[in-house]
Write a new protein. Structure first.
Length: 221
């Protein structure tokens, strides 16, 4: 920060390490800086080195809810990144949109040729201004960049069709009724906290699973 004042990654990670005010969510500037820089190596590092399976977990959950893919659903991949969910979920979709803040990540997602539309935007802002509604919204490893989930879930409501599904991952927190920023720079959420937010906005939990999303420093996340 002496060299580059207000550098977003440095500010965020200092907060994660206990220095300064903990934010209610990762800033847009942090997300853009972090993932634009990370984009080229993202797939290799997560899939090959960290055994990342969050997209598969969500697609398996979708299949449990709707059965064999019929290709008739309008689906949003929220925080789509490089599009790891795309090849797995495209068979369920007649329209598959992806939204992400990172331009560089979206450029890689575009090469997969799975998406009907790719939108460079912050997801709460997108939820607030899009006219499109969805049968399914997926968020693989996206909510971990939000601490307080109230605004996210409130904004989500307006883009859900009747009987829509929101399938998402969070990193589990020992404090069941809270969220906290971990030293990884990602937020962890307690199960009771997440369920309280869901019920507060008028949604209901239809399925919950405790599974390993990836490994980190040799430990399951």
């Amino acid at each position: 920060l002496d060299k580059v004042p207000n550098e977003p990654e440095a500010l965020h990670m200092l907060a994660a390490l206990g220095e300064g005010v903990v934010p209610q969510r990762a800033s847009n500037e942090y997300v853009i800086a972090h993932f634009d820089r990370f984009a080229e190596d993202f797939d290799k590092q997560l899939v090959e080195e960290l055994d990342y399976i969050a997209p598969q977990i969500l697609v398996d959950s979708l299949r449990d809810q709707v059965g064999i893919p019929s290709g008739n659903l309008i689906i949003l991949d929220a925080g789509c990144g490089t599009g790891l969910c795309g090849p797995k979920v495209k068979y369920f979709a007649k329209r598959l949109d992806g939204v992400d803040l990172s331009h560089e990540m979206l450029e890689i997602a575009r090469k997969r040729k799975c998406y009907s539309h790719l939108i460079e935007d912050e997801i709460i802002r997108y939820f607030g201004r899009t006219k499109q509604t969805y049968d399914v919204i997926l968020a693989a490893d996206t909510i971990c960049y939000f601490g307080d989930l109230t605004k996210l879930f409130n904004s989500l409501i307006r883009v859900l069709n009747p009987n829509a599904l929101f399938l998402f991952t969070v990193e589990s927190c020992d404090e069941e009724n809270e969220f906290r920023l971990s030293q990884s720079g990602r937020f962890m959420h307690g199960k009771n906290y997440v369920q309280t937010i869901i019920e507060r906005v008028g949604l209901s939990v239809i399925s919950f699973a405790n599974k390993t999303l990836r490994t980190e420093y040799g430990e399951p996340v």
